[in-house]
Design a protein around this ligand. Structure first.
Ligand code: FMN
Length: 166
């Protein structure tokens, strides 16, 4: 068996090691949109996980410091837009490169059944309502029920890994 290089982390280095480990985890990217006080708000997230099919539900972990966070609560509608490979500009904008009030100028947005912005040409659009929010450390674990789905024809997702897009 070939030797596999192993880097070990001391207890003090666990946080740095953990970040390094997560950089090695390739993830799809989604844009979460919600209703703000003065129009829609949105941010990029890789922490989308399929939770159950019965009922259809997802979870996403949102930093409590994110601009969208005060606008999330059980009963609130959210739109989850899973990005296509050509939409890295949308990911960058909603990841903080563009000011909050200008983000929806990047990409083509149409209203969903809750009148939330839904991204055209995304790999998939999930129309959801938040069921529960559980704080953990700096983040909240948001569980949302999925009410409607729109799919693109081809499967060609944007993938984020090691701080860059594949
Ligand atoms: C590809 C990518 C994935 C991200 N995933 C998450 C995530 O899952 N959860 C999170 O809280 N922030 C995530 N972020 C960071 C937020 O998108 C970023 O901090 C954003 O600026 C927060 O919105 P705000 O500027 O309105 O506060 C991600 C950023 C990028 C670029």
């Amino acid at each position: 068996m070939a030797d596999t290089p192993v880097l070990t982390a001391s207890e003090e280095d666990v946080a740095a090691g953990f970040r390094g480990a997560m950089r090695r985890l390739a993830s799809g990217v989604a844009i979460i949109t919600a209703k703000g006080d003065e129009g829609a708000v949105g941010m990029a997230a890789t922490s989308i996980t399929s939770l159950t099919v019965e009922p259809p539900a997802v979870l996403v972990c949102i930093n409590q410091s994110a601009g969208i966070h005060p606008h999330l609560a059980p009963g609130c509608p959210i739109s989850i837009n899973i990005l296509s490979r050509h939409q890295r500009d949308v990911s960058a904008a909603f990841g903080g490169a563009v000011p909050r009030d200008k983000r929806f100028e990047v990409g083509q947005w149409v209203p969903d059944r809750h009148d939330l912005p839904m991204l055209d040409e995304a790999q998939a659009n999930l129309t959801c309502t938040i069921v529960s929010m559980t704080p953990f450390g700096t983040h909240s674990i948001v569980i949302a029920g999925v009410e409607a789905v729109r799919l693109s024809d081809a499967v060609n997702p944007l993938i984020y890994q090691d701080g860059a897009y594949l």
